[in-house]
Design a protein around this ligand. Structure first.
Ligand code: G3H
Ligand code: ZN
Length: 344
């Protein structure tokens, strides 16, 4: 698929379709050529897709975007790989893009392509910020009061769930406990003291008390990359046994934050142990910068943005696609197809 322009909606490429309603099917495939079953004939909700991810031993990728280059790369990669995708925007990313504006962009892509692209308000640190996202039509909110004590975090998360579900009963609310650091950027060095991991008991207590839809625990993950990770010489490692214990304790979808720079084998095992969403940000930002530099260096007199920026879209897409393929390589990965009344 060309990264220069938005892809042509797939239904336009299916002959004899005019006048026939195209429907979207998300199903599982046990191999590249076989579709095991088709469950739905309309777009499924994010919670249904998370249920499918759980059954299929795969995870939905959550990719942060700060601009249209990243948005374009993430969405066209998802359509290429044929997997549902979560677009994430932190409070900083929202300030730059506009909360209402990114919601409108994601909605227009989902509608135009009939493709399961969802939007998450990533790390909303206040009720006000979470409510703003819900009012703008976000599909999910990561309500992050993990810096508080467990009791205060429970109390504030309860209030947030009440407020958010009153605005949109279908919105998914993720709660966060434990220390996974801050900043999707390149850090000088790894933190010296070991981070406090989430225990299965506190996970159970938090989920039972709040009723969150999704839990983000601290299981060895952390935000950002250190320089050796950018160079590819070191990797983040996960406590997969702890993930499995937390999953048994809470039995709801789990999110892994801080996915950049994590060992591929650990990511696969973590998904097998119960992770259903994986967040990637810094890896995309590194690719964005390198692609942009390439585009700028190619012709120092070039000033036309849409001739420079495709390099950045391509660089980000390579990373996004490889992560989507990894997250979807379980026994029964997603396959998203547009079908007509007469078949695929
Ligand atoms: O919420 C965003 C993520 O957790 C991204 O973390 O920058 O380490 O990929 P990352
Ligand atoms: Zn995060």
């Amino acid at each position: 698929m060309s990264q220069l322009y938005w892809p042509i909606p797939k239904y336009l490429s299916i002959p004899k379709l005019s006048g026939i309603a195209a429907t979207l099917v998300v199903s599982f495939s046990s191999g590249p050529e076989s579709v095991c079953w088709m469950e739905e004939t309309r777009m499924q909700s994010l919670s249904q897709l998370l249920e499918q991810a759980k059954m299929g031993g795969v995870a939905i990728g959550h990719f942060n975007v700060s601009d249209i280059v990243l948005l374009k790369a993430v969405c066209s990669s998802a359509m290429d790989v044929q997997v549902p995708v979560l677009v994430g925007v932190s409070e900083g990313e929202r300030r730059f893009l506009g909360t209402r504006q990114i919601a409108a962009l994601v909605r227009s892509l989902r509608e135009e392509y009939g493709f399961p692209i969802f939007l998450n308000a990533d790390h909303a640190h206040s009720l006000e910020s979470a409510v703003e996202a819900a009012r703008c039509g976000f599909d999910a909110v990561t309500f992050d009061r993990s810096a508080l004590t467990l009791e205060q975090n429970i109390y504030e998360t309860q209030l947030a769930i009440q407020a958010l579900k009153a605005i949109n009963p279908g919105i998914l609310v993720e709660g966060e406990i434990g220390d996974i650091g801050t900043g999707s950027e390149i850090h000088e060095a790894e933190q010296q003291e070991p981070r406090r991991l989430t225990t299965p008991d506190e996970a159970r207590q938090f989920v039972e008390a709040t009723g969150v839809d999704i839990l983000a625990p601290a299981v060895g993950n952390s935000h950002g990359l250190v320089k050796s990770m950018v160079a590819g010489t070191t990797k983040k490692r996960l406590d997969v046994a702890l993930i499995a214990e937390i999953k048994r304790a809470v039995r709801i979808p789990l999110t892994l934050h801080g996915g950049s720079g994590t060992d591929d084998g650990d990511l696969r095992e973590a998904i097998g142990a119960g992770i259903n969403i994986v967040h990637i940000n810094t890896e995309l930002r590194v690719a964005w910068r390198r692609g942009l530099e390439e585009g700028l260096c190619e012709d120092i007199n070039q000033v036309v943005p849409y001739k420079i920026l495709p390099r950045a879209v391509e660089a980000v897409s390579r990373v996004a696609r490889s992560r989507m393929e990894l997250f979807n390589s379980g026994p029964m990965g997603f396959i998203v197809k547009v079908v007509t009344e007469t078949g695929v």
